[in-house]
Write a protein that binds this ligand. Structure first.
Ligand code: ARG
Length: 443
């Protein structure tokens, strides 16, 4: 027999609470439309409550003989209350049952995740606030480009998570729809009240087409897509934490609690936790590939393939939750910037060259000419191993006569950063304004 092969109870028993909740509403509806009498309804209600208690206390006997969570609970119910238990599955199929359970389960997880995302955002806002005046090199191509406020950089991380939370809310809308009553695929020959069961289960609406209702797993694909993008964000953040905390960078210190030593090199402190976040993102991206591939060749309506949708979904939820939680509590609040060093590094690599060119534009040159003159100035500085603002003014004037003493005030690190003073710019005043907006928009 293929019992072991086809069984899913070891995985889908996680749906038990939502399975029982949906069965209670279904039974109630059967009574309302006159399919089961009040005595049977009461028996079913008590029986299911007892089973719920057994499952929560760990005394439920799960068996692969009964395939999945739905059959295990139904068999346990019939053992307990007899004939009435056999009536519960009237006007229902496991095809609408399983997807009802999954939608209810995922809706709860989405709500938890939304809270976790919000907490992670808050933790980032606190870091950003602390580091508004910390200066560091802003990089393009991993090369020093222009100096920025470290708070500004952290706010860019925050912006990623804000979009993730928007996508999550959007995904919730399409998850929160009721397939119940679609039965096997064509609907039921009983006068099922789909609106009523949907309302009782807090679904926003009924899924119109019964064939779509039992076969659609868009909500799973959509959720894992959004989760994959979130994991890409966390992985990029993790990558920066790994780089920044490496000895050659030394931009930040990470707490010992998220690092471990090497078993052979006693001097090492490795950033294991961010590395694992980066590593776990690979599994969630794999889950996305797996659910898409699972769906791509299925003819309507339900096929047993769908049973394989749970592992990627459950694993994605677990992974995302654990990564967010560890970021919020163990990483973000404990990252410490080496402020003097990041400021010193922000000046390396002629990161004020753009400002030098902008100064010349202020003197009437076109940007392209100013760019070219600045190139010569940088060459001169490189040849003398000096920074732009330590070249004497007569040396600068020999390159272009319009350069004056006033150039130096444009070139200091502080004024370079403070000059990006418009919405979304890195001037500390603007970062403070962005922080205030973020706090206002996401109470
Ligand atoms: N264990 C199945 C699943 O997870 C439940 C639905 C079974 N339906 C069926 N027609 N065999 O998809």
């Amino acid at each position: 027999m293929a019992t072991e092969f086809t069984a899913s109870v070891d995985i889908d028993r996680r749906l038990y609470r939502h399975d029982i909740a949906a069965s209670l509403v279904h039974a109630n509806m059967l009574h309302r439309i006159g399919v089961i009498d009040i005595n049977d309804l009461h028996k079913i209600q008590h029986g299911l409550q007892e089973i719920l208690a057994d499952i929560e206390s760990g005394t439920m006997q799960w068996s692969t003989t009964y395939e999945d969570v739905h059959m295990n609970i139904e068999v346990a119910l019939t053992e307990r209350i007899g004939e009435a238990g056999k009536k519960l599955h009237t006007a229902r199929s496991r095809n609408d049952q399983v997807v009802t359970d999954m939608r209810l389960w995922l809706r709860d997880e989405i709500d938890e995740l939304s809270t976790l995302l919000h907490q992670a955002q808050d933790a980032l806002l606190n870091v950003a606030e602390r580091e508004v005046d910390t200066l560091m090199p802003g990089l393009t191509h991993l090369q020093p480009a222009q100096p920025v406020s470290a708070g500004h950089h952290i706010m860019a991380w925050h912006a990623m998570l804000v979009r993730d939370r928007e996508r999550l809310a959007d995904c919730r809308r399409r998850t929160n729809r009721s397939p119940l009553g679609a039965a096997a695929l064509a609907g039921s020959s009983y006068p099922v009240d789909r609106q009523w069961t949907a309302k009782e289960l807090d679904f926003e609406q009924v899924i119109d087409n019964s064939m779509d209702a039992v076969s659609d797993r868009d909500f799973v694909m959509e959720f894992i897509s959004m989760a994959a993008m979130l994991m890409v964000h966390l992985s990029r953040i993790a990558e920066e934490l790994i780089l920044w905390s490496s000895l050659p960078f030394s931009f930040i210190e990470l707490p010992d609690t998220i690092a471990t030593g090497s078993s052979i090199m006693p001097q090492k402190k490795n950033p294991d936790v961010p590395e694992l976040i980066r590593g776990k993102s690979a599994r969630v991206l794999g889950n996305l590939m797996s659910i898409m591939t699972l769906m791509r060749a299925q003819p309507l309506t339900y096929n047993r393939d769908n049973q394989e949708d749970k592992q990627p979904l459950f694993d994605t939820v677990d992974t995302v939750k654990s990564c967010l939680t560890i970021c919020t509590h163990k990483i973000f609040p404990h990252m410490r910037f080496n402020r003097n060093l990041t400021a010193a590094m922000a000046e390396k690599g002629y990161t004020n060259a753009t400002d030098f060119a902008d100064y010349l534009v202020g003197k009437g040159l076109s940007f392209r000419d100013a760019y070219q003159v600045t190139g010569q100035v940088v060459k001169e500085a490189l040849a003398h191993k000096k920074s732009l603002d330590s070249l004497p003014v007569d040396q600068l004037q020999s390159i272009h006569p319009q350069i004056g003493e006033d150039v130096y005030q444009f070139l200091s690190l502080k004024s370079v950063v403070a000059s990006r003073d418009h919405i979304g710019g890195t001037a500390p005043a603007q970062v403070r304004a962005a922080l205030a907006r973020a706090r206002r928009n996401s109470p």
